[in-house]
Design a binder for this molecule. Structure first.
Ligand code: XMP
Length: 507
């Protein structure tokens, strides 16, 4: 049976990171709101209490009843979790005189403690809390301290419970992964067998059971998530899966043809729909960015619905929803699942049941599963691309001619990044067509033409981003190429804004 670690979320900014680190240890884990310990728990091998923005001394601090957990499952409290365990056992927590934020050196006191096997003495750990545990009740063995925090790590005697004031999940905690590995593997007894191959095997079996001989439809976007979802479903149910790939006229240069060809090579049953004209006519005269998004989203639903109606006996709609989409909406006060941005509203409209084979995976795991499924690096390593496509990169009204200009300019930029080995060094890159013209000179003639902006950013999740320091020479060459080859462009600029305060997309 699959083993599972439960992370109870008290709202820390690092909760997702704990989950990702544990998955890196090839152990399956799930995040649940702090007060929703799952009822179905025969596969649970351990529990982690996360950090929190609250102080345990706040009147509104989040409280839970640990009686079903403590002593029954191995338990690790991190930061707030550790303080909560100490305080509710009769210890005390106070806001420290010397608030310890950032790096600190951890000294271990008990070499035999299983949580610290292989952790170097004086290794750097990351602290991020204004409170410290000032006294611990009987039965708490102090196993580690830093210069300012005496009870930086403790063990509760007679149970498999530990608390750490520092954050083992963050990168700056040097031996943090060793600490988590000790907890998950040595203390909880994880077999470490959650791998892409095991995920594929169990998911394919589960999809076969769930779907039987039913027919399924899936919207492909050319992106990583929908592609991996499709290949996985194809492995499970073969030709009972039909994919629809819509050309909304806002894809990249030659993208529709190229991606369609790769899908065919992978053996997917794909219907390619050329709906460019439909989208351009719906977008005529629309200049407001949010309005454009709505028009594009609605256009997609209309076309997808029209095509899906032509298929017979469809019972399921498959989507490439991934874990961050699911947990983002699992607020710690309730549980509301966000509908997927591109196809929201479809399941109800079409009266279909939803199947989401990737809803347990983080993005990097989706990529690993994709590689294991044999999907080419060209598809797996693609930069993120917004659902509304070039629609939000053409500022102002979208027309077929503007799409042509932007596709060509973007093509030279992206090709340049690939040819120069820079593509994988940036997180996302794209080109924006500005709604202004500027004066130039070509040969003896004055020109009055379009300006395009190049954008390349480094990021981990798109929430924050810094502009990429691409080499000047590279930028110069791309600029020359675009201005020489793309009819209608006589000026190229490079966007040097970070997010925040800017965003990645211009609209
Ligand atoms: P921003 O512009 O908000 O973008 O900094 C963050 C990330 O989200 C992508 N993005 C979108 N993706 N539909 C999408 O599917 C959208 O409407 C949309 N807007 C932005 C953007 O490309 C970046 O990766």
């Amino acid at each position: 049976m699959q083993q599972r670690i439960i992370i109870l979320d008290f709202g820390s900014q690092y909760t997702q990171l704990i989950a990702r680190r544990i998955r890196e240890l090839n152990t399956y884990c799930e995040i649940h709101p702090y007060n929703k310990f799952p009822k179905d728990r025969q596969d649970v091998i351990g529990v982690i209490l996360s950090g929190s923005p609250y102080s345990v001394n706040d009147p509104e601090a989040l409280q839970i009843d640990l009686s079903e957990i403590r002593g029954t499952y191995p338990l690790l409290g991190i930061c707030y979790g550790a303080q909560y365990l100490a305080k509710t056992s009769g210890g005390s927590v106070a806001s420290s005189n010397t608030r310890e934020y950032g790096r600190a050196q951890l000294v271990w006191h008990d070499d035999a403690d299983p949580l610290m096997h292989g952790v170097r003495d004086n290794s750097t750990v990351w602290m991020s809390h204004g409170d410290s545990i000032t006294s611990t009740p009987a039965g708490f063995a102090n196993v580690g301290s830093t210069a300012d925090v005496k009870n930086a790590a403790y063990r509760i005697e007679g149970e498999l419970t530990w608390g750490v004031q520092f954050h083992p999940e963050v990168f700056h905690s040097e031996d943090g992964l060793v600490v988590l590995g000790n907890f998950v593997k040595e203390i909880c007894g994880s077999h470490g067998d959650w791998t892409p191959a095991s995920f594929i095997e169990s998911t394919v079996a589960q999809l076969r059971g769930q779907l039987g001989d039913d027919k399924v439809v899936l919207a492909l976007s050319g992106g990583v998530d929908s592609t991996v979802a499709a290949v996985l479903l194809n492995r499970a149910i073969g030709s009972n899966l039909t994919c629809i790939f819509v050309d909304n006229g806002l894809l990249r240069y030659h993208e529709f043809e190229d991606v369609l060809a790769s899908y065919a090579d992978m053996g997917l049953n794909v219907i390619g729909v050329d709906a460019k004209d439909h989208f351009y006519s719906q977008l005529a005269g629309v200049t407001d960015p949010e309005q454009k998004r709505k028009v594009i989203g609605r256009g997609f639903i209309d076309i997808f619905d029209r095509e899906a109606q032509k298929l017979t006996d469809i019972k399921w709609l498959a989507q490439g929803t991934i874990y961050p989409d699911v947990i983002e909406s699992l607020s710690i006060t309730g549980m509301v699942i966000k509908s997927h941005h591109n196809v929201g509203g479809l399941p109800e409209k079409m009266n279909l049941k939803l199947v989401e084979p990737l809803r347990l995976l983080f993005k990097d795991e989706v990529r690993r599963v994709g590689r294991e499924l044999g999907i080419s690096q060209n598809l797996i390593g693609r930069h993120p691309f917004p659902g509304p496509g070039l629609g939000v990169r053409i500022l102002g009204e979208v027309t077929a001619e503007k799409v042509r200009i932007l596709q060509e300019a973007d093509h030279y930029f992206i090709k340049g990044l690939r040819d120069n080995g820079l593509y994988d060094q940036v997180w996302q890159a794209g080109t924006i067509l500005l709604p202004i013209r500027s004066v130039g000179v070509m040969g003896d003639e004055r020109t009055y033409e379009n300006v395009v902006a190049l954008r390349a950013v480094n990021s981990t999740d798109g929430m924050t981003a810094t502009w990429s320091h691409l080499p000047y020479e590279f930028l110069g060459n791309v600029s020359n190429e675009i201005i020489n080859k793309v009819r209608g462009v006589n000026r190229v600029v490079y966007d040097i804004s970070s997010k925040p305060p800017s965003t990645i997309e211009w609209e």
